[in-house]
Design a protein around this ligand. Structure first.
Ligand code: IMP
Ligand code: MG
Length: 180
C-alpha cells in the first residue's frame, strides 16, 4: 500500500536492499583489515545505517551525529548546526560518513571540514541518494547508492516535518503536502 501523500514510488524495498548490499560489499573490500568508524548523520540516515552496517563484513564501530540544516521546510537553509556530537574520538582513525541524501551538499561540506579538523587518517562519505543536478558545492562521495530526481523524497529514514521516516520505500512527496 502506498501512502496517500506519496505521489510515486522511486525505489522499492528490494531495490534499496540490493543497493545497500552492493555498497556494503564495496566498503568491506575497500576497508578490509582496517577498523572503520561509521559516522551516522541523524536522523535521516538511521535506517540506512542499520542495514548498511549488517551488509559490511569488515570491522566497524558506529557512532552518531545530529545536525540540522532544514527546519520544517523542504529546502536547505544553508546553515548547519551540530545538535549532537560524536562520543568517539576521531584522531588517527578511518572515518566514513553515512548520509541519507546529498542535495545541495552544504551539510556534508560542513561535516567533512569539521571532522577533518579532528585529525583522522581519512574521511570518506557514503550517501544512499544523490539528488541530480542540485549540488552547489564540490563534495566528493566515495560511495553513491541511487540517483534520484530533483524532487522532495521521503521514506526509509527521510522525513518531511518528521513524518514518513517509517515508509519502507523511497517515494516522491506530493507537493500539495508542503504547499498547504
Ligand atoms: P543538503 O545540505 O542540501 O545537501 O541537505 C542535506 C540534508 O537535507 C539531508 O541529509 C536530508 O536530511 C535533507 N534533505 C535533502 N533533500 C531531502 C529530501 O528530498 N527529502 C528529505 N530530506 C532531504
Ligand atoms: Mg540528513
Amino acid at each position: 500500500m502506498v501512502h496517500e501523500d506519496v505521489k510515486e514510488i522511486l525505489f522499492d524495498e528490494q531495490q534499496i536492499a540490493e543497493c545497500v548490499q552492493r555498497l556494503g560489499a564495496q566498503i568491506s573490500t575497500d576497508y578490509a583489515g582496517e577498523k572503520l568508524l561509521l559516522v551516522t548523520v541523524l536522523k535521516g540516515a538511521f535506517i540506512f545505517m542499520a542495514d548498511l552496517a549488517r551488509a559490511i563484513t569488515s570491522d566497524i564501530e558506529i557512532d552518531f551525529m545530529a545536525v540540522s540544516s532544514y527546519g520544517a521546510e523542504a529546502k536547505s537553509s544553508g546553515v548547519v548546526r551540530i545538535i549532537k556530537d560524536l562520543n568517539a574520538a576521531v584522531e588517527g582513525r578511518h572515518i566514513l560518513i553515512v548520509e541519507d541524501i546529498l542535495d545541495s551538499g552544504l551539510t556534508l561540506k560542513y561535516l567533512i571540514k569539521n571532522l577533518r579538523s579532528r585529525r583522522p587518517l581519512s574521511v570518506g562519505v557514503v550517501t544512499l541518494l544523490l539528488k541530480e543536478g542540485r549540488q552547489e558545492t564540490d563534495v566528493t562521495c566515495q560511495y553513491v547508492g541511487l540517483i534520484c530526481p530533483d524532487e522532495f523524497v521521503v521514506g526509509y529514514g527521510l522525513d518531511y516535518a518528521e513524518s514518513y521516516r517509517n515508509l519502507p520505500y523511497i517515494g516522491v512527496l506530493d507537493p500539495q503536502v508542503y504547499r498547504d
